[in-house]
Design a binder for this molecule. Structure first.
Ligand SMILES: Nc1nc2c(c(=O)[nH]1)N[C@H]1C(S)=C(S)[C@@H](COP(=O)(O)O)O[C@H]1N2
Ligand SMILES: [Mo]
Length: 392
């Protein structure tokens, strides 16, 4: 019985694989975006911040479920999307290890498999709202999503390679390469976080093989930390005694040690790496500037934080004068966002700023003003939409 299931599964993923590679080869030769036809069609409801490299944002009102479907999940890629062949792909683990490894996907599948629901958010989500403006992709609210990832614990794989006691960082490198003379995208993950049992190498996203845009065939998922640690198309892990000295560690993904005056320059020595996601919430049930004329409007959305739990979410329907505690959804996981819901009974015609404000288990609250920083990371001000109300 079980064997029969396995056969069907294997055949299905083999067929998916053939389709993927066929379509990708065609697109590749035509020089078009290197995703499959299926993925191109299914991502069409996303906002294109850049077609190639592929940067796609989810309009918040499409985030209706706890798990974000793959076709609605935001995409952030610095460089062109590499299309890898599973049969030829392997992961190299070397550097400060007893036994350097080259490991195939089927070998990885023989490690204990873990399923985990994790929210990913780009460090630059909300960058468009910083004043003065900062350079970079002008993400608004939707560079965030939640998926059920399936893969193996990074620590289990590391144990096979035997990381040395002196190891302090893992340099994660994917198959994408810098455009023109741009440097390679390599991220440096501290060994303590790499050994956390929640840090995974994943080959499935919401029950499907990892889509090409999301890192096929293997990516890291580093829960609670900004998205750039979750390196896609992973091919090489180098274990090191030192931090990587490339620009994606030493200048990018860093923020000032202390709050600075908006607009100033900050010396690299006055910066620290961006890691945990701050407490944040997002209203998704109503679009900004919508007209509503029902008796009751559902104000709902999601709240998340990197290294704690969401304790409460409050909603204001009167420009922030008064606040009402929202109900939190039942679906939860340690590193996943939590749904919230507040039913607003409409009383008076008018136009209102409706807001959501999350508080975490360490009593941290979303601020009214997000802390400005030169690269525009970690925008987390209280969320706000305008609703134009007509009471019959
Ligand atoms: N190899 C590689 N991995 C990468 C990136 C990249 O450009 N190249 N972008 C990172 C960034 S900045 C983010 S926010 C997440 C986005 O993951 P997603 O595209 O699956 O949503 O992937 C990360 N992993
Ligand atoms: Mo990102």
């Amino acid at each position: 019985m079980q064997a029969a299931h396995l056969t069907v599964d294997t055949r299905r993923s083999f067929l998916a694989q053939v389709c993927r590679l066929g379509a990708a080869a065609l697109l590749g030769s035509a020089g078009a975006a290197r995703t499959t036809f299926g993925e191109q069609r299914s991502k069409e409801r996303l906002i294109i911040r850049s077609p190639r490299p592929e940067d796609l944002e989810t309009p918040p009102h499409l985030l209706t479920s706890w798990i974000t479907p793959n076709d609605l999940f935001y995409v952030r890629s610095h460089f062109y999307t590499p299309v890898l062949n599973e049969a030829e792909w392997k992961l190299v683990i070397d550097g400060n290890v007893d036994r350097p490894l080259e490991i195939t996907l089927s070998e990885l599948r023989s490690f204990p498999s873990i399923r985990q629901v994790v929210t990913l958010e780009c460090a630059g989500n909300g960058r468009a709202f910083f004043e003065p403006r900062v350079p970079g992709v002008q993400w608004e609210k939707g560079a965030v999503g939640t998926a059920e990832w399936r893969g193996v614990r990074l620590r289990d794989v590391l144990a096979r390679a035997g990381a040395a006691r002196t190891a302090r960082y893992l340099w994660l490198d994917g198959a994408d390469r810098g455009i023109d003379r741009a440097p390679d995208f390599i991220r440096s993950l501290p060994v303590e976080k790499a050994l956390d049992p929640a840090t995974l190498l994943v080959y499935e996203m919401n029950g499907e093989p990892l889509p090409v845009s999301h890192g096929f065939p293997l990516r890291a998922v580093v829960p609670g930390w900004e998205g750039a640690y979750s390196v896609k198309w992973l091919t090489h892990i180098r274990v090191s005694e030192s931090d990587h000295d490339g620009p994606f560690t030493q200048s990018g993904y860093r923020r000032p040690r202390r709050p600075v005056k908006p607009g100033v320059l900050v010396a690299p020595s006055d910066t620290v790496p961006v890691r945990e996601l701050p407490v944040k919430s997002l209203i998704t049930s109503v679009a900004h500037d919508a007209n509503v004329s029902r008796a009751e409007v559902r104000i709902a959305g999601f709240a998340w934080v990197g290294d704690a739990e969401i304790r409460r979410v409050d909603v204001s329907t009167d420009n922030g004068r008064t606040w009402n505690e929202a109900r939190l959804g039942r679906e939860r996981a340690q590193y996943a966002w939590r749904q919230f819901e507040y039913l607003w009974r409409l009383r008076e015609t008018g136009s209102y700023a409706v807001m959501s404000r999350a508080t975490d288990s360490r009593a941290r609250v979303q601020p009214i003003v997000a802390e400005w920083n030169p690269a525009g990371y970690l925008w987390n001000a209280i969320d706000q939409v305008r609703l134009n109300v007509q009471v019959e």
